[in-house]
Design a protein around this ligand. Structure first.
Ligand SMILES: [Zn+2]
Length: 323
């Protein structure tokens, strides 16, 4: 769609129409799971905002559209964390505010995209508040984040929150067929990605993915073990892979779900169809009630991660509860 991988057509058309009618807001929050192509959505919206053909924005023909597509438009500004910093603090936000007071080079709009809204410090948000309370008419701020838990109520109340949700299996299927025409695991990928196109990219492009998938499957007996010591093994593993902890919990949940499905005999409904042998063992060795409990606890661990609880602590919590 207009030069980007965009799946949320309804949302995007609403945003684009607001640009064409000049009714867009000044501050937006694009919220949704990692991998939903929210960054592409922000780029497309920015392209429409800077396009020179207001009636047909984004026209994809004007110099502004070309520069936006190439990532070199001077009125589309990205706000990133400072080097070696795990958060976006006051400084980059103050720089952004100074920059936002300078009128756009070309057009009516100047767009600021804050990509990792999840790591904005409260101080940075308070600084941000000052500009969104009385923004210059031409400025549009977009905070892209996985969830709005971290954002202050005062920021949320001044922004339009757009929530991105997983897309349909049919859309995922056509995405795979278009982007990876040689891929043969289409059914597996559609089931596994759960409506998140970025997952498809990870599975196909990340060389470590298959190895982690196998390790996680081999780790499950320790998660389900009655021996508390084994919970620490799981916590250690999660600690070593803390950046992928949420994805690992998803993997675990899917394996456990598959084991429950296996126990009911509906083997055609298994997502991890290439791992049936070990899934059979899980179904044979553990009571379904324990598997259900494990899923519930892992969902809870995932929620704890979203609240920035230390990854290893979330794993230990699940491990000790599943006893
Ligand atoms: Zn244009």
């Amino acid at each position: 769609m207009y030069g980007y991988d965009i799946f949320h057509e309804k949302i995007m058309m609403t945003l684009i129409n607001s640009v064409r009618k000049n009714t867009n807001a000044n501050t937006y929050i694009f919220e949704g799971a990692k991998g939903l192509k929210k960054h592409d959505a922000a780029l497309l919206f920015a392209k429409a905002l800077v396009c020179q053909d207001t009636q047909n924005a984004p026209c994809c023909n004007c110099p502004a559209c070309s520069e936006a597509q190439a990532g070199s438009h001077p009125d589309i500004v990205f706000v990133n964390p400072q080097k070696d910093k795990a958060t976006i603090g006051v400084e980059p936000i103050r720089d952004m505010i100074t920059e936002s007071l300078v009128k756009p080079f070309y057009n009516r709009h100047k767009v600021f995209i804050i990509n990792d809204g999840d790591i904005l410090t409260p101080q940075a948000q308070n600084a941000f508040l000052k500009i969104i309370e009385e923004p210059p008419a031409y400025a549009v701020f977009i905070i892209v984040c996985t969830n709005t838990n971290i954002l202050l109520e005062t920021v949320l109340s001044r922004a339009v929150t757009i929530t991105f949700t997983p897309i349909s299996d049919a859309e995922i299927k056509s995405y795979i067929e278009k982007k990876y025409p040689d891929e043969s695991r289409i059914d597996f990928l559609v089931k596994y990605s759960m409506g998140i196109p970025g997952y498809v990219d990870t599975i196909i492009e990340d060389e470590e993915f298959e190895a982690i998938r196998e390790e996680v499957l081999n780790l499950l007996p320790r998660l389900l073990s009655k021996n508390k010591i084994h919970s620490f093994d799981v916590a250690d593993y999660i600690d070593e892979h803390k950046d992928s902890a949420a994805e690992i919990y998803d993997m675990m949940i899917m394996y456990l779900r598959d084991a429950i499905v296996y126990a009911t005999g509906k083997t055609d409904k298994i997502i991890n169809s290439d791992k049936t042998e070990k899934i059979h063992l899980l179904a044979a060795n553990y009571d379904t009630r324990l598997l259900v409990l494990a899923i519930d606890e892992l969902i809870l661990s995932k929620k704890m991660l979203e609240r920035y609880v230390k990854a290893s602590a979330t794993a230990l919590h699940a491990g000790l509860k599943i006893k």
